[in-house]
Design a protein around this ligand. Sequence first.
Ligand code: 5GP
Length: 178
Amino acid sequence: MNIKREDLDVLLSEEQIQTRIKEIGAQITEAYKDRDDLHVIAVLKGSFMFLTDLVKAIDLELTVDFLGLSSYGDSTETSGVVRMTQDLSLPIKNRHVLVVEDIVDTGLTLKYLVENLQTRHPASLAIVSLLDKPENRTVDVDVQYTGFTIPNEFVIGYGLDYAEKFRNLPFIGVVRKG
Ligand code: 5GP
């Protein structure tokens, strides 16, 4: 399907997203204020925009690293097979790791990621996801901070793509029905 910007309805506006990120940032600041060494890991590519706004909303010293995972290919259905496309550049042993995800759908990506990161012995491991689509979950995953719980629809924008496009939209949209 060839989608254009005009085919999208706004599900979450830029203002809604920014307001919620400030709340989550304050929560994370409070939760980690007595721990040294907060290490934020963003899962590429979808969480790049969430990461940049979230770290600005966390009022602590922190470090950032990136990890590339892919399970979708070019379609809107998960392939179920998670692949690491880029590994971390820094060790995480004994560090307080906060993983930043764009969206949790089936949970397969996060399960793979958590199992992988646990083998590297972080001091603690928590997840923050901007979006959660619980209806489609096939495996249990523990997400400590969630921005918005949304219906089981394919969403686009604010880092999330449709066939690699639309990641630059400042809002989150859905394809208009009918
Ligand atoms: P899961 O493994 O939980 O099924 O899927 C997680 C990954 O699939 C997300 O990190 C994201 O890249 C992609 N994904 C899941 N749902 C959507 C969606 O509605 N829109 C887009 N663009 N990507 C999604």
